[in-house]
Write a protein that binds this ligand. Structure first.
Ligand SMILES: [Zn+2]
Length: 78
């Protein structure tokens, strides 16, 4: 691997998305908008959001860990 390839790969790793962003990208525009509203609304629990997404077949942990990390800004997309 060339030096440039290596730097490019490292850069992509730093900018990779998390499962929450992957799901937002996959959802239809209206559903993505509603998910973003839910994520911004602290009355919606991490677990409730994750369970609904998991029930719809998205590969998210229903415990809500990834939703919590995304909301706190500690996930891999930040
Ligand atoms: Zn994230």
């Amino acid at each position: 691997m060339s030096l440039l390839d290596e730097i490019s790969a490292a850069s992509k790793m730093r900018n990779r998305t998390c499962i929450v962003v992957d799901i937002l990208d996959e959802l239809a525009a209206e559903d993505a908008r509603e998910l973003q509203v839910a994520l911004d609304d602290r009355a919606m629990t991490h677990t409730a959001i994750a369970r609904v997404l998991a029930a719809r077949g998205y590969p998210i942990n229903p415990s809500g860990k990834q939703v919590a990390a995304h909301r706190r800004g500690t996930c891999s997309c930040r």
